[in-house]
Design a protein around this ligand. Structure first.
Ligand code: ZN
Length: 253
């Protein structure tokens, strides 16, 4: 029976997603996550628990502050729904295991970084650097990726971006490099390479598409973090299969 564990995963995902919204709003400014409590950024009115229920409160309030009617960003319900969906997928894929919990924690970090990069075009060190430690610790706990592969992943992921930054002279930032290093810790050096390849392909296709449709010019930067995070999430779910596919598509011998 998988329904109970999926239900648990969805509820946990909604609650963690709600917490991630606080992280997304406050971590880039290095504000405390706890004090002060939730308040409307427009009018400062405190937000009661009944107006802070994931997704449901947004719908009940029709996306507006109860006190001043300022609109609540769509990011709030989207982050909650995305986290719940990813946690459910982790529960379905990995079952009731420590591995599922570890994958869910790593996915939560990727959701927060994606939203922050979309909103502010930055990937804060206060998330990526502890994320590197989380990746190594998680793999030590589960044995999912052998720890030497995890450590080497930090060097390979971060090093590849260091080379890209030096060669391109802009476009990619140090934040992308630290995110790639974090993915290396999560995934190990083999899978992180495939995840970065996926990110480059999808990011490139989208950038060319947006320019072709004249929605963006060459001058408007498109944050790369969300693509890296997406490639990383694919790696968390299908990493081993991706490496096998990669080796068969591009034989080394
Ligand atoms: Zn308000």
């Amino acid at each position: 029976m998988q329904q109970p564990i999926v239900l648990v995963a969805v509820v946990a995902g909604l609650l963690i997603g709600s917490f991630l919204n606080v992280v997304i709003a406050k971590a880039p400014e290095r504000r405390s996550l706890i004090h002060p409590g939730s308040a409307c950024p427009q009018c400062g009115a405190a937000i009661g628990w009944y107006d802070n229920i994931p997704i449901l409160s947004f719908l009940a309030l029709r996306g507006r502050c109860r006190a001043c009617a300022a609109s609540i960003p769509w990011r709030y319900p989207l982050v909650e729904a995305a986290t719940a969906a990813l946690f459910a997928a982790a529960a379905l894929t990995f079952g009731p295991t420590l591995e599922a919990v570890v994958i869910a924690a790593q996915l939560a970090v990727l959701v927060a970084l994606t939203a922050i990069d979309f909103e502010r075009q930055l990937l804060p060190d206060v998330i990526t650097l502890p994320g590197i430690v989380l990746g190594v610790a998680a793999n030590l706990a589960t044995g999912r990726v052998p720890w030497p592969d995890s450590l080497l992943g930090i060097v390979v992921g971060g090093g590849l971006f260091l080379v890209i930054i030096l060669a391109s002279g802009g476009g990619m930032g140090a934040g992308d490099m630290k995110l790639a290093a974090m993915l290396g810790a999560f995934l190990g050096w083999q899978v992180v390479l495939v995840s970065i390849l996926l990110a480059v392909v999808f990011g490139g296709v989208l950038a060319v598409g947006l320019m072709a449709l004249r929605l963006r010019s060459r001058k408007d930067p498109i944050p790369f973090g969300p693509f890296l995070a997406g490639g990383g999430a694919v790696g968390l779910f299908w990493g081993e299969r991706m490496v096998r596919w990669y080796l068969s598509a591009f034989p080394t011998s």
